[in-house]
Design a protein around this ligand. Structure first.
Ligand code: NAD
Length: 151
């Protein structure tokens, strides 16, 4: 599926590097950092969610969501930023947060608890990496019917 997705992006004329890994594992992410060096772009988009009532959220859900979405964001931005700084590349990094970084909805605690942290990672990295000519921004989608919503 990863190869097919990369091929479909290449078919549009865009350049893309496909690297398999689990973004919640620090050891898997440096490969992504190496891949961004020639292309000068890195986008954090991997994410998961659950939609549980607040009283039903478990420790396992808390750890899993924060591991993939928040730690994954930190690892990707740090590794991509490090690779760009070391290569002297004036690149761009984009984080995928959520409108729930700024507003709250019932049964959306998964995204509520990680989205503000992703914005904080983006802000801090943007302030520090701008001196190397690297831009760090975030997008905040609203609700879109995709697999992460069980659709
Ligand atoms: N769909 C929405 O309503 C919505 C709203 C706001 C933000 N977002 C964010 O947008 C991004 C894309 O979500 P989507 O709705 O397209 O979901 P999706 O399930 O279609 O895509 C998420 C992708 O992340 C990958 N992924 C999941 N865990 C991973 C891991 N540990 N390591 C590497 N890859 C992993 C999955 O394989 C999948 O390809 C996510 O970060 C999500 O939090 C989605």
């Amino acid at each position: 599926m990863l190869a097919a997705t990369a091929d479909s992006i290449r078919a549009t004329g865009a350049r893309v590097e496909a690297v398999a890994g689990d973004v919640s594992r620090r050891d898997d992410v440096p490969e992504s950092g190496r891949a961004v060096r020639p292309s000068r772009r890195a986008v954090q988009v991997a994410g998961i969610a659950d939609f549980l009532p607040f009283l039903d959220v478990t420790d396992e859900s808390w750890e899993r969501i924060l591991g993939v979405n928040l730690k994954g964001t930190w690892y990707l931005v740090q590794e991509a930023g490090r690779a760009m700084v070391n290569a002297g590349t004036r690149g761009a990094i984009v984080v995928t947060s959520s409108t729930n970084a700024f507003s709250r909805r019932p049964e959306a605690f998964a995204t509520t608890r990680r989205s503000p942290g992703q914005v904080a990672v983006m802000h801090t990295a943007a302030l520090e990496l701008s001196r190397h000519g690297i831009r760090v921004n975030a997008i905040a989608p609203g609700i879109i019917n995709t697999r992460s919503r069980g659709l």
